[in-house]
Design a protein around this ligand. Sequence first.
Ligand SMILES: C[S@@+](CC[C@H](N)C(=O)[O-])C[C@H]1O[C@@H](n2cnc3c(N)ncnc32)[C@H](O)[C@@H]1O
Length: 367
Amino acid sequence: MQEMKLKQIIKNAIIQKAAPLGFDEFMNLALYYPAKGYYTGGKQKFGEQGDFITAPEVSDLFGFCLAKQCAELLKKDDDLLEFGAGSGILAAQILFELGRIGKLPRTYYILELSAELRQRQKQTLKKVLPELMDKIVWLDSLPQRFCGLVIANEVLDAMPAKRLINENGSFKELGVDCQNDNLVWQTLTPYKNRKILLPTEVETGYITEVNERAIAWINSLGDFIDTGFVLLIDYGMGRDEYFHPQRTAGTLQCHYQHKTTDNPFVHIGEQDITTSVNFSDIADAATSSGFDIAGYGTQAMFLISLGIEQYLAAEKDEKRHSNLAQQIKLLVLPSAMGESFKILALSKNQQAVKLSGFKEQDLTHKL
Ligand SMILES: C[S@@+](CC[C@H](N)C(=O)[O-])C[C@H]1O[C@@H](n2cnc3c(N)ncnc32)[C@H](O)[C@@H]1O
């Protein structure tokens, strides 16, 4: 029922525009249309009962390690701001661990686009950390000014991207049209954003994505952060790998009940739609918005640098030890999340420091 309704809304948007939608416009409606989009609707998204699993849903150790990095960066009276907090589990893990080591931020802000997820986050945090609820504040819009630490896990990949196709050496936008009552891909006009670097030596038919909204979001962080750090965690890669000649079909992925396809026109409003992050574009936007790059590496080496194995060693209960060992494998093995996920750290108005999370590896030169 829900699928048909949102699909019809999208078709109507195409009819009203009297032209195909850009893929970013389509993705925005499919994920964020009020109350009916994938993130704004009531569906269970995360975990085994949902469509995909994120690192904090895999293991508390992810959030505990991130908290260790946060503790090193948070100064007295600093705030922490998490974007797109999902089920609220990462906030719970970070606050729990920061509380344990006596480094709680002044306020833990959450900025979440989805009203439904905001409710879910409140429920999770009330259940797990009732004593810290007065530290947590949900924001409706970006703050005017901010000093402290911003984190976003798997948020950039959920920002609507444009899809492009190469035709005889130049790129055109791929849009979404309605034909015979079906949604179909449609090649649009030449893509003309000169600020975005695109591959030059690829064949006709080569498809890729650019995420102008993610770039604009980074620029907006530059506007309101006075001093502090940003930690961005997501699946993605540097430009060379992103535009590898063999990556001919781009990075679009749709997740439905733990199955992955590249068809965004089915299960509309019921499936997640994502594209990988071009971390070079993000780093370029960050440096032109007043940030310095404070480190870039794989999730595996970040968690290892922050001592994920020490948590395992400290667990004496045999069953819990074996569960943790399984979770660590999922987080760090290259065949699971270890290599495809990266951490990009940005700093603003800070002395140059080496973050503990990049002790074992810093791939900034690959951006
Ligand atoms: C893939 S989920 C990740 C959830 C959570 N961070 C986790 O790791 O489990 C993406 C989240 O980002 C949110 N989101 C997307 N764009 C956003 C934006 N511009 N500002 C705030 N939240 C955003 C979505 O509503 C959703 O909660």
